[in-house]
Design a protein around this ligand. Structure first.
Ligand SMILES: *[C@@H]1O[C@H](CO)[C@@H](O)[C@H](O)[C@H]1NC(C)=O
Ligand SMILES: *[C@@H]1O[C@H](CO)[C@@H](O)[C@H](O)[C@H]1NC(C)=O
Ligand SMILES: *[C@@H]1O[C@H](CO)[C@@H](O)[C@H](O)[C@H]1NC(C)=O
Ligand SMILES: *[C@@H]1O[C@H](CO)[C@@H](O)[C@H](O)[C@H]1NC(C)=O
Ligand SMILES: *[C@@H]1O[C@H](CO)[C@@H](O)[C@H](O)[C@H]1NC(C)=O
Length: 485
């Protein structure tokens, strides 16, 4: 009996190994635009403790990839847009990139499965800057991977914003690629089809809501909607995620590429910085999505294929551009310090296990910077100081319907001062502001408003760790040499 099971398993093994994307696996984006990032090893432990199967990186960051060695986590590595022109122009540049950023790590035991050449390069806000270089860069990287003998294992694609496809009627079945880039998209999709690579699209119901005051709130979630979209083929779309996914599926089929698989490269909900960005709605959206993924059910146009998605994102990033909105720095499932923001179960509801925090996080001391009680709010220097602090640190939790909306005017100033003080690693000089500020050991946090204490900088800690490894290796080699002699 056991032997039969083992031999069955052995028979299935090649097939199992060839399935690059296990059904109902959960991926997550790991962005690194933080003033105080957790150590890469802490982040990888966080991924493992919480059972994430796959991770998406925006860049081939050495520390992240080194930490992912032997983790069993599948990796999607991004190439930033500013590298596209160089890769498009030179096969040698692509070969060098693959050697340094893929081959090396694969042989070190990093399970790289996908390379995304460019991040949302066709966004209309880029004014066509990357239209001529993205596809040639993808081709260069593909050739380089083939030369390195990795093209069966590592697929080449591009992470695209959902604005590359649309439906004139609003019905998913009418989906097609954006008219101004149709020819280019068909070249890319044909390339994906012939290489067996997936189409990677970022889908953001939150942005739909943010951009359109009349967008029906409940249509953004997975609990049914009072204003569903009824398609002409009789399908009723209850949420914008399914509708967006199927608009893409229809665009692919319409152009003869119904066999290209779809990976949702980014999907999530922010928790601060906007009236619709809060813990309750983020939890509702992400849990709805995860429960849906866990069900293994596809979308109406692709019922047989489980949704394959990477949540956006792992931790908050306090250095992201807020040009799209103040919510930009609050997409994390975890706060900056690896604490979960709300209870979430990755495998759907009901299994009782919620997200676990990062382990072994070291903080600066429990000290905060606040406005002096006797400082005069009317003082011109107060306004100037707040502008300076907010310009250099992060005040995106202040404002209408944010987590710190309940602060009074003095609280606002203190929040700004503390943000700057923590950002500067609690340097005494960072809590002066022309004599307006003072430090305190009493936590000023109130209600939903958190006055943070930053984590201790990791760069200083990471470098000695490498030095120690180096020294140990040196000692070992010396010892072995001694033995030989
Ligand atoms: C590898 O990737 C890093 C991060 O993007 C980049 O700085 C470096 O130039 C790449 N290596 C090569 C040889 O292109
Ligand atoms: C795109 O064009 C607009 C209008 O000309 C300009 O304001 C914007 O800065 C441009 N963006 C980029 C990324 O070049
Ligand atoms: C892309 O190529 C077209 C045709 O050669 C050219 O007109 C256009 O200026 C190029 N765009 C960029 C951003 O280089
Ligand atoms: C998808 O279809 C195209 C066109 O018929 C074909 O060339 C390609 O090999 C197919 N790809 C996969 C992954 O089945
Ligand atoms: C606090 O700051 C925010 C953001 O600058 C502002 O919208 C709000 O009106 C301020 N609140 C008070 C009471 O000054």
């Amino acid at each position: 009996m056991a032997a039969a099971a083992v031999s069955l398993l052995l028979m299935l093994l090649p097939a199992l190994c060839m399935m690059p994307w296990p059904a109902a696996a959960v991926g997550v984006n790991w962005g690194t635009q933080l003033s105080h990032p957790l150590a890469a090893s802490t982040m990888v432990q966080l991924l493992k403790d919480n059972g994430f199967d796959k991770v998406k990186l925006f860049d081939a960051e050495e520390e992240a990839l080194a930490a992912l060695r032997g983790s069993g986590i599948q990796v999607m590595v991004g190439i930033p847009n500013d590298m596209l022109a160089g890769l498009a122009a030179s096969g040698k540049a692509a070969e060098d990139w693959v050697a340094a950023n893929v081959s090396k790590h694969v042989s070190d035991g990093v399970d790289i499965r996908l390379v995304t050449v460019g991040n949302e390069p066709f966004l209309e806000t880029f004014n066509g800057t990357y239209l001529n270089t993205t596809f040639p860069a993808m081709q260069s990287v593909q050739v380089a991977l083939a030369k390195a003998g990795l093209s069966n294992r590592v697929k080449v694609t591009v992470a695209l914003n959902a604005d590359v496809y649309q439906s004139a009627s609003g019905k998913p079945s009418n989906g097609d690629f954006r008219a101004d880039i149709l020819g280019l998209m068909l070249s890319i999709v044909s390339f994906l089809a012939s290489n067996g690579a997936p189409f990677v699209a970022n889908v953001y119901p939150f942005i739909s809501l943010y951009a359109d005051a009349n967008f029906p709130l409940d249509y953004a979630f997975f609990q049914g909607s009072s204003s569903p979209v009824v398609d002409d083929n009789g399908v009723t779309y209850q949420n914008t995620f399914d509708a967006s996914h199927d608009t893409l599926a229809a665009a692919l089929s319409r152009n003869g590429f119904g066999n290209v698989s779809i990976v949702v490269g980014e999907v999530g909900w922010p928790t601060d910085g906007d009236a619709n960005a809060n813990l309750q709605l983020a939890r509702q959206f992400n849990q709805g999505l995860l429960t849906r993924i866990a069900s293994g059910k596809g979308t109406p146009l692709r019922p047989g294929s489980a949704i394959d998605a990477y949540l956006f994102s792992l931790v908050d990033e306090d250095q992201k551009s807020i040009q799209p909105g103040n919510f930009e720095r609050h997409w994390g499932l975890f706060y900056y310090d690896g604490k979960p923001k709300y209870p979430l179960t990755l495998r759907g509801d009901g299994d009782g296990s919620f997200l676990l925090p990062a382990r072994g996080v070291a903080y600066l001391s429990r000290r905060w910077c606040v406005l002096k009680p006797d400082a005069d709010l009317a003082d011109q220097k107060v306004g100037d100081s707040v502008s300076y602090a907010c310009g250099n640190a992060d005040c995106t939790s202040l404002g209408y319907k944010t987590s710190c909306a309940g602060l009074d005017a003095r609280g606002n100033v203190s929040y700004a001062f503390n943000s700057y003080y923590q950002h500067d690693d609690q340097d005494d000089r960072a809590c002066d502001f022309d004599g307006l500020a003072t430090t305190t050991t009493v936590d000023p946090s109130a209600g939903t408003c958190r006055f943070i204490v930053e984590i201790a900088p990791t760069s200083a800690a990471a470098a000695p760790a490498r030095d120690v490894a180096g020294r140990v290796a040196f000692l070992l080699v010396s010892f072995l040499l001694l033995c030989v002699l």
